[in-house]
Design a protein around this ligand. Sequence first.
Ligand SMILES: [Zn+2]
Length: 497
Amino acid sequence: MKVRFLFLLFFLSTNLLFGQKINLTVQGDVNFESELKAFINKDVSYISVAEMRNKIGLEGTTKTNLKISTFIFEDSELTFFADSPYFRVDNDIYKLPVNSIWSGGNVCVPFRPLVSLLNKQIFEGRFDYTRKPKFHLTVTKYHLKFGDNNLVSVEFDEKLNGTLIKIRTPKPFPDESIQSWVHDSGWLYLTVHNGKLDTNNFKISNLPKIIKEVILVQNEESAQISFKLSEKVEELDVYQTQNPSFIVLTLRDQRSKSLDDYFAQLETQKELWKIDTIVLDAGHGGKDPGAIGNKSLEKDVCLAIVLKLGKMIEKELGIKVIYTRKTDEFVELFKRGQIANEANGKLFISIHANSNKNKQSHGFETYFLSPSKSEKAAEVAEKENAVINYEDDQSIYEGFDDAGFIVASMMQSEFVKESQSIAAYVQKSVEKNLTVRDRGVKQAGFLVLWRTSMPSILIETGFISNPEEEKKLTNPSHQTKIAKAIVDGLRKFVHTY
Ligand SMILES: [Zn+2]
């Protein structure tokens, strides 16, 4: 019989932001409950795929060399990639609003958007949130004691997006005994039926910024604790925990609102895809000379053109430029993609110079990532990809040739239209501005374009193996002309996009 899992992920939305543990329950043939460790990175909660896998008892693997983690849920294999917003369910590709990351030897996924995507689009209604909190308690510097009654003390925890007020109790009260509200006057009241306070032994030492004053009142049938607030509270939540037993008030302030809007904002930003950062990649470098001419090396030509191009883009287009290298240094191919993704680049341009056994070959060509259409294009890609022979750990690129490449090009497929269009504008501008042979726009499988999450092109600026063209490529004024032609092409693209 097929095991049917029903995921019930119990947590309060604030819990994830404040705390670092998620209570997970799986209901299937075997009921299962466990606590998952989450951690927060740049305001996003992440859970390791291995943690999900192990705690729920699902099959799957982590390939450390590829930074890929998988798990199998029912008949589907889910594959997650580090430093990438994509994940795969069998052969379908989905995109998260933020990248998965690599941490502790595993891919860690942004938990909230993942679960909501799985629930809404993939395993309908199978993943669920409920509001039942379990707190990860932290040591707090604010601690007020009330004496040995049933409302023992209050602790304050200041968090990124608000403040927790935790009232220690020997054991939980019936929920209906507890009432809390914020009055327009800026007072937060907590009333506990049958609550007992020791108002005499109460001393205020230091308070968090949001609390100006605390007043305790013991009535005959209830106790009231009042907090004078210094800021407006967006949301108040009240609940109790056991072991240890607390009444918890969560005050979410303005900052939490901006967190809630975080993913919505990301979506909007994506729609308003604006080229505000261009990543320039000078091919080769350091121990990898690239193609070798009569008197020059490809790596030096690439760098010279890239530095000129970068200055021109910033000056003429007013777009920020990030370089994968600015000096003669060796940078692994995967790192180039990483630099681009981390810089949140909107366009990736890799600059190279070509070579051929036939010394007559000459001309300028622009590539975008896609399976090679011609043997010649495949040869160029093969030559450029060979630089990984300089790298210590080539296993990182395993799988690029077959399945990996298909995934990679699908990831890039979202940008193929833009990449192709940019390539066309650049190539057209070169044809207009330079007296070099126009070899056209081509497509091939370049490793360096593999994992960039943005439109990406690779330019072969000329043949260093052709003595005449080598002379041009090493001539600063020709390099400037190349840069100018590329900038003109980019300008046209930016204006029409
Ligand atoms: Zn090259």
